[in-house]
Design a protein around this ligand. Structure first.
Ligand SMILES: *Cc1c(COP(=O)(O)O)cnc(C)c1O
Length: 455
């Protein structure tokens, strides 16, 4: 019988020692971030008032395709890297598809998601430059957990603003953050001016990543020796996440295959960019024709129904103006369980790549995402994060197309996290209490019209 290898690993010495910066290879470089008031392009010095300086250098670097991973970060990556590349034989069989389905399993570190890949370098750089405190936002809590652990490792104090609705949906993540020593506050809160303004306008605001970012940025701006860190959206975060795709590239080689289709779920773009960009470089440089699909919630569809324009990254308008596909920074996402995907805008690099036709978005209704997650759990034995369920749903759509055409496509997706702290959402699904949320084109248009005075 043919030997069927299930998982592919890299030995420690095979783990990549550089990150890949796709900005250097892009035909159209991303537009610059702009100052919210003067509307002038921002420099490293401007950005370094909020973020660790080295992250700002990386953010604006359109020249260097390869950036060394600091040795200390590499050493700390090894507490869980490399992560396995897995062939999903059982899922293939259940679908009856001729497609070869692989997934890069980023759920196997103790924090349960890919977020730690960027939390470690961000805290490393903050510590290097003498910062004592870091602030951040978190949606479902995966980024907050990763940041809390990384800041503890580097001796930094962490203050985390967590979206109020997800704090209620997934209470255990804030407990984990506090276990690592972080201070956790539900957003919107009365502890910042931004939070007070939001609550005054809408006392029942459920919170969003946009509100939590405003509060965390405000705290960083008003507290000495404090830097703000972000878990997604920005270019340097996608850079750090490229470790996912660079490892996967080596592992696919061991499997003797190359992906025809690469799929990841999409919140701000960090796990998508992390997996996709190292493969996309071969489309740009070597004529490969891999297809890239970003799977977003149908209720928060910035890639498929948003507009490409400058917008704020947060609700209160404190962040730089970024050129992104957006639903408008004042967009209030429905209370879906994929908290990490409840964000109004897409990262700057991804937005440019989408505009240039290098990739596409696909929107997935909440129930389809959980149907997909159930099948994956029952075949591969891993309960996926509600966010990752979107990638699985998009994978199943592609695999079913192969069933019709008979094509043996190689599909690679990112399992960005496990769902073991998301059980209340599975509970609701199993009880038949979950619903789809529709948003109308009028809602989107009305929201975007409010941005007309921005740039
Ligand atoms: C945060 C998160 C996401 C969404 O963020 P991206 O930056 O788009 O990757 C997806 N999956 C999981 C498990 C997350 O924690």
């Amino acid at each position: 019988m043919e030997k069927k290898q299930k998982r592919y690993f890299l030995a420690e010495e095979e783990i990549p020692t550089q990150w890949y910066n796709i900005q250097a290879d892009m035909a159209t470089k991303p537009l610059p971030p702009l100052h919210p008031e003067t509307k002038e392009p921002l420099t490293v010095d401007d950005l370094a008032k909020i973020f660790p300086r080295e992250c700002c250098v990386q953010e604006l670097d359109t020249e260097h395709a390869w950036i060394d991973i600091p040795q200390d970060v590499l050493d700390k990556y090894k507490f869980f890297r490399s992560t396995p590349l897995v062939r999903a034989y059982a899922l293939e069989e259940a679908l009856g598809t001729p497609a070869h389905i692989y997934f890069k399993n980023e759920s196997v570190n103790p924090l349960g998601s890919h977020k730690i890949n960027s939390a470690l370098p961000q805290c490393y750089y903050a510590k290097q430059e003498g910062t004592t405190n870091v602030t951040t936002e978190t949606g479902a809590g995966q980024w907050g957990m990763a940041l809390s652990y990384a800041s503890k490792l580097y001796g930094l104090e962490a203050a985390v603003y967590q979206v109020k609705i997800t704090m209620q949906q997934k209470p255990y993540r804030s407990t984990v953050m506090r276990t690592f020593g972080a201070a956790v506050t539900g957003s919107p809160s009365m502890s910042t001016r931004a939070g007070k303004d939001i609550i005054t306008r809408d006392p029942r605001h459920p919170g969003s990543l946009g509100t939590a970012i405003s509060e965390a940025v405000e705290l960083a701006q008003t507290t000495p020796n404090t830097k703000y860190t972000l878990g997604s959206v920005l270019n340097h975060v996608a850079l750090h996440q490229s470790i996912i795709g660079l490892e996967a590239e080596k592992q696919m080689e061991k499997a003797g295959e190359y992906p025809d289709t690469v799929i990841a779920c999409f919140g701000g773009g960090s796990n998508f960019g992390g997996l996709a960009f190292p493969f996309m470089r071969h489309n740009i440089l070597n004529g490969k024709q891999t297809e890239f699909i970003a799977a977003e919630p149908a209720s928060c569809p910035k890639l498929t129904r948003g507009q490409f324009r400058y917008d704020f990254g947060d609700e209160a308008g404190y962040t730089p103006l970024l050129p992104m596909f957006t639903l408008g920074h004042n967009f209030k996402p429905s209370n879906i369980h994929a908290g990490g995907l409840r964000y109004h805008g897409a990262g700057v690099i991804v937005s440019q790549l989408l505009k240039d036709g290098m990739m596409r978005g696909e929107d997935i209704p909440q129930l389809e995402s959980f149907d997909a997650g159930m099948l994956f759990a029952r075949t591969e034995g891993i309960v996926p994060a509600p966010e990752s369920c979107h990638a699985i749903a998009a994978t199943i759509r592609e695999a079913n197309k192969c069933k019709e055409t008979g094509e043996e496509k190689v599909i690679l997706f990112c399992l960005s996290g496990h769902g073991l702290i998301d059980m209340p959402s599975y509970e609701q699904y199993l009880n038949g209490d979950l619903q789809n949320y529709a948003i109308t084109d009028e809602d989107v248009a009305k929201n975007l019209a409010e941005l007309d005075e921005l740039v």
